[in-house]
Ligand binder design. Sequence first.
Ligand code: ADP
Ligand code: MG
Length: 268
Amino acid sequence: MNATASAAQATGTVNSDPIVRIIDLHKSFGPVEVLKGVDLEVHRGQVVVILGRSGSGKSTMLRCVNHLERPSRGTVVVDGEVIGYRVKGHKLYELPSSAIAKQRTKTGMVFQAYNLFPHMTVLENLIEAPRRVKGVNRDKAVADAMQALEEVGMALKADAYPGTLSGGQQQRVAIARALVMKPSVMLFDEPTSALDPELVGEVLNVMRRLATSGMTMMVVTHEIGFARSVADEVVFMSEGQLVEKGPPSQVIDAPLHESTRAFIDSIL
Ligand code: ADP
Ligand code: MG
């Protein structure tokens, strides 16, 4: 067996193009550089969990992946498309906001706060973006929405208003709302941090099922149990840089860097 074949067997990913490529990503807010050259690849079907202290740049990195933040330098490629820019020769030209909105559908983002529209039912929340951004007709949008709600176990609440749901249920709807756009990658930014402890499990279970179904995922979370059991790769970020990256058995249980070890100890 040649080296490539054995490496592919070991990782299952070597020959697949990455779904997400983050290349030399820098981001400054005014004089403060919060991302200092991040490189990361996420392959199809991989779950990458991002750990790090508050302020280390995790959210900024995720937000650069869908151009909610504009990188100061560096490139993000999702599913073969440079995010936010059109490439011409060796130059990048920023895309108009309508084109960026379309690109953003490649990345389903789930935030700490569920951000559902309170005056719309669950179903209306789910069909809004497919209709407006993708021009999907209403019947198809409803069918897709019901399927996404099935996937998160919320189909029975299609006609409910968000305010009548628990935080865990609202977050499951928020996940469905992202799924309905058929994203290439799901980005989760501390999706359970705002939930009462008894509601965390149902959201993690939905994420676990998504991972098992083969969804490509980048997940910022402090849920170490989830990271240990679901992540293919764990990344530790500190002060705008990736300090350590590897399987959970390494980064969580046998970190190479002192800062990783100190962080893991602080949240266990
Ligand atoms: P994390 O998600 O790891 O807690 P963030 O990416 O939210 O970290 O923030 C990284 C740093 O960037 C923090 O110091 C934060 O205060 C700063 N920051 C984030 N967003 C902005 C912004 N829009 N303007 C100015 N500073 C920001
Ligand atoms: Mg954050």
